[in-house]
Design a protein around this ligand. Structure first.
Ligand code: C2E
Ligand code: MG
Ligand code: MG
Length: 870
């Protein structure tokens, strides 16, 4: 440290020389004798200095002048940094006053110096000080000096050490400085531009390669695009790596490029990166081979993977829309068509080109849909979806019924985008629906409403009737003996007859509702504001069948049995139909072709039926049934040949109920099957007892069997079991089936009869003459016995009609080789006549009514049966 407190000795100690170029008198510190240019080894400048050593030393003046006129700044510092010499150019360049610089210690000048990269350089690392320290010269080192105002002045510095022979290090350093700010600025801006260019290229998805005709890459931007994958190790661009399709595409493009210089050709191809990812590149190639500035084929390429993906997705969505079976139409808010898919073309006939930009209602006008159109607009305004059915007129003027959904669509920002209308053709579905509905409620044969629709309509009628107090009548019409037609002539004819009957009824009751209830049953609903005249209605029904129906070459005379029920306040469709049905049965039983009005008597009977239905179920368990036996005798001598078992029901409250009353109920409810099985077992068992007890082994037992039993497959087994249990031969059992029940509509019944006959059981037709069995029928069925109905026996010998009928039946029986038995013989007159006409067997009150088993032995004792007793 110096005595004055300064780090360095005061410059006043030195003789300061300033080097003003134009001023001779400007004082400057001579370096004369004590200064010699250093002998630094190897440094050319130093050597040069050596060469001029003598001159320099020889002429201080010359030296001073040279330094003065130098445009370069020159200054000399001693080891401590003190400025020994400084020229004015240096002062200007360093931005200091020459007077202030001279004699100044450079280390103490507050120069803010940075390197090329803007990093501050410490005083000791600056070229002059470094040169002093190391003894090495510096050439062309560029430094930035901070100038007032914050900018940087760029200075190029050379530093030469001055060394005296024998010294360790330099004693001084000569620095020359040049202002290179302009150069640096120019360099910098060029570098920046290049850098920016490189950056742009490096970051651009776009790249380029310039290749020669062989594909050798002449120039390229940094290998940043996927296209670099296509350049091989020899630096040649090849498309071999592309897949077949893309390879072919590129070859075609290349051929075009080579053939047509200057023109640009494009192709999109997929490139697989080493990572395995696929990138889509868009190539644009132009032949600039003849252009001396380029001299190659310029291949621009751009990564369009994202765009392709977006396009694919859009195309996919468009395909989806087109693939949709529903028509999809996009419109703007005003209804102008923006989009129209293929299904819309299929449905409405118009193509997208024909309709785009047009108003939807002009293209596909809705018909009779003003309300709906208003609703749709309102929904769109509210941002809601509308759905509904519309009739639309198509391009070819036909009408379509469509199910339409319109929805306003908004973008993410909530801005209205479009209205999307999706429609489905439901014309056929609607037709099918209405046809289905019609089919479900109509009878296919006659096309009349069916039972379901009948009930619905009747319910409506009953409901509507009440406040006005109108009348409703239900007519149940059943064709008489329709089964005969069906079975005798054939079902096809039967169907025709039903169709014809339906047509005639519909014609006769144009204002009434007519339904086919089932089979040969029709129901007519008649409503009136006042009283209903049943006779008039009934007459109209019967008149329908006055004329014969001509079908398939037959002239068929039909009649119908009619039941009428008038609605009471408490009636429902169910009770009304049931009552009309009961009344119709009454007509049947009363001899057909007539009308019965459901009344109190019928209601009572119906009620009783209901009661019986319930008690019949319990009667078997409670042993309320018993059998009575009526003898069948030989008319010649009155000798009993067998017995007919007749069922009796001892009802706990009603007393003894006859089979004619309860058998139909038991048949209806099905209990007849169990009851019948009991009868068979009981009667056969009884015969077995008599065989054993009385020894009358020739006696047979007759059991009545209903159709319902015949249709039950278990009947054969039941009978066999009963016969076996009682030890009775099958031939001793006779089964009676009433003639009316014999019009069998069931194959099973015929099979059962045959099986029984095969077993040896004998079969009889009961109440013969009341039914309508044809001769064909009689011949086909395995019958042994005909029982002449009591009603004919009644007038025998007194009524000529009855007499001739009985005679006819007897001759028929003998012709068919059947046994005839007369039932209900009460008088000697009848017996006489029967005898006379050749009837051999009979039964009736003349001999005995049905007797309980315990009275039979007593009866037999009185009867001329002794001959038969063993
Ligand atoms: P059906 O088989 O023709 O029986 C003859 C009916 O005439 C019996 O009536 C009998 O009591 C009655 N009868 C017999 N002789 C005379 C007579 O001289 N004058 C009069 N006026 N009537 C006579 P019932 O017992 O009331 O039987 C009525 C019908 O019930 C029977 O007619 C038969 O078809 C049926 N039936 C009776 N028992 C059974 C049975 O166990 N099962 C089935 N399925 N039906 C039965
Ligand atoms: Mg009988
Ligand atoms: Mg009978």
């Amino acid at each position: 440290m110096q005595p004055d407190g300064r780090l360095y000795p005061s410059p006043t100690r030195m003789e300061i020389e300033t080097m003003e170029s134009e001023q001779e008198d400007v004082p400057y510190r001579s370096i004369s004798d004590d200064i010699a240019l250093g002998e630094s080894s190897g440094a050319p400048a130093v050597e040069r200095a050596d060469e001029s050593h003598a001159d320099l030393l020889g002429s201080r003046n010359h030296y001073r002048r040279v330094v003065q006129v130098l445009s370069e700044g020159v200054f000399v510092q001693d080891r401590l940094g003190n400025m020994l010499t400084v020229n004015s150019a240096a002062a200007t360049i360093l931005g200091h006053d020459l007077q202030r610089l001279a004699g100044q210690n450079a280390t103490r000048l507050a120069w803010d110096v940075v390197d090329e990269h803007g990093v501050a350089i410490a005083v000791e690392d600056r070229p002059g000080r470094r040169c002093i320290r190391t003894g090495d010269p510096t050439f062309g080192e560029v430094l930035g000096m901070r100038v007032p105002g914050g900018g940087l002045k760029w200075i190029e510095v050379d530093a030469l050490p001055l060394v005296r022979a024998g010294d360790d290090g330099p004693y001084a350093v000569v620095s020359t400085v040049r202002d290179v700010s302009d150069r640096v600025a120019a360099q910098r801006s060029a570098a920046t531009a290049e850098h920016r260019h490189q950056l742009v290229l490096a970051n651009a998805a776009e790249g380029y390669h310039i290749v020669d005709p062989d594909g050798m890459v002449l120039e390229a931007n940094p290998p940043i695009t996927a296209a670099s994958v296509l350049v091989d190790a020899r630096g040649r661009m090849t498309f071999d790596l592309l897949d077949d399709t893309d390879h072919r595409t590129m070859n075609v493009v290349l051929a075009n490029v080579l053939a047509r210089p200057g023109e640009t050709f494009h192709a999109d191809v997929r490139v697989r990166l080493v990572t395995g990812d696929d990138r889509w590149l868009e190539f644009s190639m132009t032949n600039h081979l003849d252009d001396p500035a380029v001299g190659g084929i310029v291949i621009n390429h751009r990564d369009v993977t994202a765009r392709r993906a977006a396009e694919d997705s859009i195309r996919f969505q468009a395909d989806l829309l087109d693939a949709a079976g529903q028509s999809i139409i996009g419109t703007d808010r005003l209804g102008r068509i923006l989009f129209w898919n293929k299904a819309a073309t299929r449905m409405y006939g118009w193509t997208l080109d024909e309709v785009v930009g047009k108003y939807v209602p002009h293209v596909v006008p809705p018909v009779d849909s003003e309300t709906q159109m208003r609703e749709i607009s309102a929904c769109i305004d509210r941002g809601e979806t509308w759905t509904g059915d519309l009739w639309i007129r198509c391009k070819d003027r036909t009408l379509l019924q469509v199910f339409m959904t319109t929805t306003p669509v908004y973008d993410l920002a909530g801005q209205f985008l479009a209205v999307v209308g999706v429609s489905t053709d439901i014309t056929e579905r609607k037709l099918a629906e209405s046809e289905l509905a019609r089919l479900a409620l109509h009878d296919t044969l006659t096309d009349l409403p069916n039972r379901l629709l009948l009930v619905t309509r009747l319910d409506e009628l009953l409901q509507r009737r009440e406040p006005r107090g109108g009348a409703v009548a239900v007519l149940f019409v059943d064709l008489d003996r329709f089964k005969v037609i069906n079975d005798g002539i054939g079902h096809q004819t039967g169907d025709e007859v039903l169709r014809a009957a339906a047509k005639r009824l519909a014609g006769a009751f144009p204002d009434e509702f007519i339904a086919r209830f089932g089979g040969d049953e029709f129901v007519i609903l008649h409503a009136a504001s006042g009283r209903i005249d049943t006779d008039v209605l009934a007459a109209r029904v019967h008149a329908v069948f006055e004329q014969p129906i001509a079908v398939h070459g037959y002239e068929l005379f039909l009649t119908a049995s009619v039941g009428v029920a008038h609605a009471t306040d408490t009636d429902t469709s169910e009770t009304l139909l049931r009552d009309a049905d009961s009344a119709m049965y009454e007509s049947k039983e009363g001899g057909r072709s007539r009308t019965t009005v459901f009344d109190e008597t019928l209601r009572e009977r119906a009620t009783r039926r209901l009661v019986w239905e319930n008690s019949l179920r319990h009667a078997l368990v409670r042993s309320e049934f018993r059998l009575v036996y009526q003898p069948v005798v030989s008319l010649a001598d009155g000798v009993p040949v067998g017995f007919e078992a007749l069922l009796r029901w001892d009802h706990p409250t009603l007393g003894s109920v006859g089979p004619a009353d309860f058998i139909p109920v038991a048949e209806d409810t099905g209990t007849i099957v169990e009851i019948g099985a009991w009868v068979i077992a009981e009667a056969v068992g009884q015969l077995g007892a008599w065989h054993r007890e009385l020894g009358m082994v020739d006696l047979w037992m007759t059991v009545n069997v209903s159709t319902r039993q015949l249709a039950t497959p278990s009947l054969v087994g039941t009978i066999r079991a009963a016969l076996t249990a009682a030890g009775i031969e099958p031939g001793r059992l006779h089964l009676e089936i009433t003639e009316t029940a014999l019009i069998l509509d069931d194959d099973r019944s015929v099979k059962t009869l045959q099986a029984l006959r095969d077993m040896g059981v004998r079969l009889a037709i009961d109440d013969f003459g009341t039914g309508y069995s044809s001769l064909t029928y009689l011949k086909q069925l395995p019958i042994d016995v005909l029982k002449i109905d009591r009603s004919f026996v009644d007038g025998l010998g007194t009524d000529p009609n009855d007499t001739s009928i009985v005679r006819m039946i007897l001759s028929l029986a003998s012709a068919l080789d059947l046994t005839a038995i007369a039932e209900g013989v009460e008088t000697e007159v009848q017996l006489d006549a029967l005898h006379r006409y050749g009837c051999e067997l009979g039964q009736g009150y003349l001999w005995s009514p049905g007797l309980p088993p315990d009275e039979i032995a007593e009866w037999l004792d009185r009867a001329p049966v002794v001959a038969h007793k063993r």
